[in-house]
Ligand binder design. Structure first.
Ligand code: FMN
Length: 178
């Protein structure tokens, strides 16, 4: 079932009015595609807001996958955001596409990716990004956080496994505003 629309769709930009109709996922796709064309480096940057213990916090993350099954970013599961989401899985995303003067707000519940999905995404990343995930992992797999150089030495030429403290979080939308 599609999530309900929070408000009638409005778009105050000089580019005109656009209707989400009953399919906010399709409108997201249209707006995101236009933003990516205008600014390929920044279109996927979004604010993630969390609120544990009545204390909101927000930070930027990168949208890596999206569709009707949700909006996915990757992170360290021991980070503040991930710990806050364990306390309260309700979260909000905000996109800003300045070229089109458009904002999209999405609210919903966050779930962890399956380990198979995170493994597949990790395996497809370049080696430096894989090492960076190890360098940022402060997990039980390693006693102390390692530097990039230490991670490089640790794995040498071997295949780099996904740190189990690193993976995807998926926001399942309940509300959109365009
Ligand atoms: C443009 C941009 C993109 C970012 N993307 C991510 C991301 O995809 N995942 C992530 O964990 N942190 C990302 N960060 C870093 C976060 O904003 C944040 O500083 C870090 O994850 C720690 O947040 P936390 O203490 O709330 O967990 C990004 C920062 C910037 C400026």
């Amino acid at each position: 079932m599609l999530p309900r629309m929070d408000r009638p769709i409005h778009n105050e930009s000089p580019f005109g009015r656009q209707e989400a109709g009953s399919d906010p996922f399709a409108l997201f796709e249209t707006w995101f595609a236009a933003a990516r064309e205008a600014d390929p480096n920044n279109a996927a940057v979004m604010t993630l807001a969390t609120a544990a213990d009545n204390r909101p916090s927000a930070r930027m993350v990168l949208l890596k996958e999206h569709g009707e099954t949700g909006f996915v970013f990757y992170t360290n599961y021991q980070s503040r955001k991930a710990r806050e989401l364990e306390t309260n899985p309700q979260a909000a995303l905000t996109f800003w596409f300045p070229t089109q003067e458009r904002q999209i707000r999405i609210e919903g519940r966050i779930e962890k990716n399956s380990s198979e999905t995170s493994d597949a995404y990790f395996a497809a990343r370049d080696r430096n990004s894989q090492l960076a995930a190890w360098a940022s992992a402060q997990s039980s797999e390693i006693d102390e956080p390692v530097t990039l150089d230490e991670a490089r030495k640790k794995f040498g030429e071997e295949k780099i496994p996904r740190p189990c403290s690193w993976g995807g979080l998926r926001l399942i939308p309940e509300r959109f505003e365009f």
